[in-house]
Design a protein around this ligand. Sequence first.
Ligand code: SAM
Length: 226
Amino acid sequence: MANSRQLFIAVQRHLHALKHGYQAHPAIWSDFHLRARSWKVLLEACLGLGRPLTIVETGTACDNGSTWLFHLLTRSTGGVVHTIDINEDLCGFVSEVASKVGAGEEIVVHCGDSPSVLRTFRDPIDVLYLDSYDVDWTNPSGSMEHHLQELKAAWPLLARRSIVAFDDTPSGGAFAPWWCSPAERAAISQPDPPGKGPLAIKHLRQLPGRVTQLIHEYQAVFMVEK
Ligand SMILES: C[S@@+](CC[C@H](N)C(=O)[O-])C[C@H]1O[C@@H](n2cnc3c(N)ncnc32)[C@H](O)[C@@H]1O
């Protein structure tokens, strides 16, 4: 099993490859830095569960490559990555790449509306990563409600000790992405910033069990003990 330093190096390499894939534009590189620390915390927490992992993510790899990062992790821990997306072309593309790199059994792609797909799952979930329906920062209710529905659908399946994480959930204006308009930056700088996670996080904290925040920057990561 990889130790956390090896994992960190793998993450840095992955980010470096993504950077060159995006023509090394410095502004886009800064977007990855928004998540660099939280990815490290998230992957180390997953590693810390110390068992083969069933990872379920909503929003398949298309910009930050979460599916590939989680697959790197399961290469160390054992387990499987279930990735859910409503975009059929993207689902087909990721399935094809996964097969080509010999990961067809380790990465399972599910095409459909994420809450409905999650309701069909039966196995316990060790890691839940919610990153689907994109946020309109000045009109965020659709995305916030969607991620709440995802959490509600997945909650009964969360293992007794699990990791739940949200992308695009800035804790404040310091984590407003570089590409935001002034109006979007102002929205993110409010005391209760919009994002994918706020409604779901509020709900998570009201459910039975212990919820420990591991990091909250641009992503929010929690340990959940039922
Ligand atoms: C930000 S991208 C995911 C990025 C990915 N996690 C990564 O790191 O590369 C958001 C994805 O959510 C998907 N999506 C939007 N609405 C959805 C829904 N109702 N159910 C499932 N996926 C949805 C989109 O098709 C898009 O691919």
